[in-house]
Ligand binder design. Structure first.
Ligand code: BMA
Length: 824
């Protein structure tokens, strides 16, 4: 918030002399969005259009506009031109003067421009070097640099540019190497200083939190040492004004004020309590920064244990099992990264009982709104620095550029209570493990980052890389006994999940299973003639080489082969849900050895076959419902606990409260669901923990199956619990003695018995089954944002009511027409 400010957002002109193109461009925004809106580029997501949309990468682009400046603004001793983000290598030209050369999408630029301004008819140009040209310029300047991409980008050596690394494609990403101007662009006035950053630091003691608020200020060029500056801090009903002066070196300086919050209401992660936020405002020189902080402590606990050490999150002194997900940028077009999209995705994260989101290092330091939502919703954030899967340059200017970027981003974000940890990168240690010669290079970059992070925020841990085993440990970063681990053996190679079930790790920060997008997404980019896995269009919409073969191999290992394209889509989604759930619940049940599981990945950046649990349209794949069930505070692991132990059911309770639980396991006939054997027990969890139940093993013991063949039965596991405050928790799922492909499933005769419209626009849908149904799935076509209270469930013969909340208004008649039911 600034008193004298002129927004320069709005309609600019985009042009390229080489491409002979001129068209309007909305700023904040990017060249692709503008070119598509002008009909110059086709929709790059459709069929094979990606290929036709690569030429802008070779062109230089100019964004320009004219503007007048109000007299009051020009009356200030300094007028600052602010760019939140310019992507990437560009000259900023004001009224014909090159006022800055910029080379980093992730830095903010504040330029003093008063001497170049006039009251009327100013012309501002941002001349952006073509993405390919900028890489080539760098190669010419530093021809011997050991820069390397490990397989994901279409633009060789994009690592030379400080730009969103997945913008030229990834193993799930379309190549859309955008150029643009993002965030707000404005002019504002300053008399002595600019107010650059504001943050808090907290000291917790019994019954009180001491909060120190700090402002970082930068004197304008005309300021002199000793010039007075007044900074006002308003927090918790008090305002404190601090008188300061421009320091002798006229460089940036900080001013602080202390406050005490008595009887603090603490901020908790999702599931552990509320998220009270305390607003503060810092004002200086007519400029203000407003933030909302949460009172909490957060630690990364690493204690010697066995062969290695623990790795886990502790918030307000309470251990939090991290139920996490990896986040990639939510759209390939920067202009379409809207608040609505963020809000939907993050609410979906919370609704799936997730408490940790990792902002992955190949994407972006996210928009402010993203972190505001995480604060509001109780999502811890694992924040990578933006480096991924490559070897990065180490020449001096590059390092300086990185240092400035990290300083900016950490200062910008550090007041968010959600941010729990800063991490150096994605898989750089891992990649340098592949080519050992890269250790030194990787180390130099990591040290620059570490210095910049710790200098900017001493309250949080800097975790060097994901995955890694600790500070500067380059050789041993796949160690299951230390640090975090990425596990990709199954999804990228094998076809069985058994390897994962037998694996134990401290903290699994990446693993995943892929699927096709739903047919409703497929039809947005493909025509019926393309509906074949090896068609050019379907191949263009999967980026991981061999992914479809992997899907089919895994399907054939667990399920019967699908016969139609539509069935292939559906079974690929079911196998993703099944595999994610089986593996995650197993690791969850290894608590507290394992203290976190973050699956790859939440969202999509365009419609594609990948590992996401939510589609580009916002649609929850079956996997998202499965993960919601898996991540419920009371859950069960239905997989074997380890070799030679027979089938052990483990019940998991991951909240700190006391809980009384009851478990009922009934073995039933597949043909009609009749019960042939049952086991029941009740016990108490004094606190979070895992209870292993040794049951008669129905997989190997025919008696435990009431004499039924192994492929003719299933077990229904029902877990219920009540905590000390009387809150009820429930979990139920089915488990099989053989692979699904070995079973002859009866036709469950699923039908909709009744639909009742509710006053609030939602519906109660009664589904009836004649025989047991597995992976029963409700889907209202044309409503990607619709939500069900539960989905992808096992049904016994009889009726069950599902609550459905449409994403957009829907009549009962429409619902009847569009509701579909599926099952295995
Ligand atoms: C991990 C990620 C991404 C990648 C994903 C799937 O390595 O960090 O780089 O998209 O695996 O391969």
């Amino acid at each position: 918030m600034k008193t004298d400010i002129l927004s320069l957002n709005g309609t600019w002109t985009l042009s390229s002399r080489e491409a002979k193109v001129t068209c309007p461009a909305e700023i904040p925004g990017d060249n692709y969005t503008a070119l598509e809106a002008a009909g110059i580029l086709p929709d790059p997501y459709y069929r094979l259009n990606e290929d036709e949309c690569q030429w802008p990468v070779d062109k230089d682009w100019v964004f320009s506009r004219s503007f007048d400046v109000p007299r009051e603004l020009l009356a200030h001793p300094a007028v600052i031109l602010e760019f939140t983000s310019v992507d990437t290598v560009a000259d900023i030209v004001l009224n014909g003067h090159v006022i800055a050369h910029v080379e980093n999408e992730f830095r903010r630029w504040r330029l003093e421009v008063k001497s170049f301004l006039k009251a009327k008819g100013n012309r501002l140009e941002v001349r952006i070097r073509s993405v390919a040209g900028a890489i080539a310029d760098s190669e010419k300047k530093h021809p011997h640099a050991a820069v390397e991409s490990f397989g994901c980008n279409t633009l060789h050596q994009i690592e030379r540019l400080r730009k969103c690394q997945c913008s030229s494609g990834w193993d799930w990403g379309i190549s859309l190497p955008v150029s643009g101007i993002y965030g707000d662009t404005s002019l504002f006035g300053a008399d002595t200083v600019t107010l650059d950053y504001a943050w808090d630091e907290q000291r917790h003691s019994r019954g009180a939190v001491r909060v120190t608020l700090t402002a970082e200020l930068r004197p304008i060029d005309a300021a002199k040492a000793g010039d007075p500056v007044e900074v006002a801090f308003a927090f918790n009903g008090e305002t404190k004004t601090v008188k300061a002066a421009v320091p002798r070196n006229c460089g940036p300086f900080t001013v602080s004020a202390d406050f005490t919050v008595r009887k603090p209401e603490l901020w908790w992660p999702n599931g552990f309590g509320a998220q009270p936020l305390y607003p503060f405002t810092v004002t200086a020189d007519g400029q203000a920064i407003e933030r909302k902080i949460g009172l909490r402590t957060v630690e990364i606990v690493r204690e010697k244990e066995g062969k290695g050490e623990t790795f886990g999150f502790r918030v307000n002194g309470v251990d939090v099992f991290a139920k996490g997900v990896n986040w990639i940028p939510c759209e390939a077009h920067p202009s379409r990264r809207t608040d609505d999209r963020y809000a939907h995705l993050l609410q979906s994260v919370v609704d799936a009982n997730i408490n940790l989101v990792r902002v992955w290092g190949g994407g972006l330091y996210e928009h402010d709104f993203f972190y505001d939502e995480c604060d509001r919703l109780g999502l811890l954030v694992w924040q990578d620095m933006m480096f991924a899967c490559g070897m990065y340059p180490d020449w001096r200017e590059f390092q300086d550029n990185v240092r400035a970027e990290v300083r900016h981003q950490v200062r910008r974000l550090r007041s968010h209570p959600s941010i729990a940890l800063w991490c150096g990168d994605n898989e750089l240690f891992w990649c340098s493990y592949v080519t050992r010669s890269a250790y030194a290079l990787c180390d130099r970059l990591n040290c620059v980052e570490k210095d910049a992070v710790t200098e900017s925020d001493s309250t949080r841990v800097f975790w060097p890389s994901s995955p890694c085993s600790g500070d500067r440990v380059y050789e041993d970063n796949a160690n299951p006994d230390m640090g975090d681990t990425h596990l990709w053996g199954v999804a990228h190679g094998d076809r069985s999940i058994d390897g994962y079930l037998a694996y134990r790790a401290r903290f699994v920060s990446e693993f995943g299973f892929g699927s096709l997008p739903s047919l409703e997404s497929v039809v947005t980019f493909a025509e019926p003639g393309d509906f074949n896995l090896s068609s050019p269009v379907m191949n263009a919409h999967v980026k991981k080489p061999g992914a479809y073969a992997n899907f089919l191999a895994m399907i054939s290992n667990y399920f019967r082969m699908p016969e139609t394209f539509a069935q292939t889509v559906w079974i690929s989604q079911v196998k993703q849900a099944f595999a994610l759930q089986a593996v995650t619940e197993n690791w969850h049940a290894q608590m507290p050895y394992t203290r976190g599981v973050m699956y790859w990945q939440l969202n999509q950046w365009w419609p594609v076959s990948d590992w996401s649990s939510i589609e580009h349209s916002g649609f929850w794949k079956p996997a998202h419902y499965a993960m919601r069930r898996t991540f419920s505070p009371l859950s069960a692991s239905l997989s074997p606990a380890g070799k030679g132990t027979g089938r052990a059911f483990r019940v998991v309770w991951d909240l700190p409260a006391k809980l009384t639980a009851s478990v009922r396991v009934s073995v039933r006939a597949l043909e009609d669901g009749r019960e042939v054997a049952a086991f029941q027990t009740t016990f108490t969890f004094p606190r979070a923990g895992v209870k292993t139940l040794r049951l008669p093993d129905f997989t190997s013991d025919a008696k435990a199956r009431g004499g039924l063949a192994a492929n003719a039965c299933f077990a229904l596991v029902e877990v219920n619990g009540v905590d000390a405050a009387g809150r009820a928790y429930a979990y139920s799922d089915a488990v099989f003695a053989t692979a699904f492909r070995d079973c002859d499933f009866p036709d469950p005769g699923l039908s909709v018995a009744d639909i009742r419209a509710q006053k609030d626009g939602s519906f109660d849908i009664t589904v009836s089954a004649k025989a047991p149904a597995f992976f029963a799935w409700l889907d209202v076509l044309g409503d990607p944002l619709g939500r069900y209270d539960d989905n992808l469930v096992s049904l016994l013969p009889g009726r069950r009511v599902f609550h459905y909340r449409p994403g957009a208004k829907l009549t009962l008649a429409d619902l009847r027409k569009r509701l579909t039911l599926s099952h295995l």
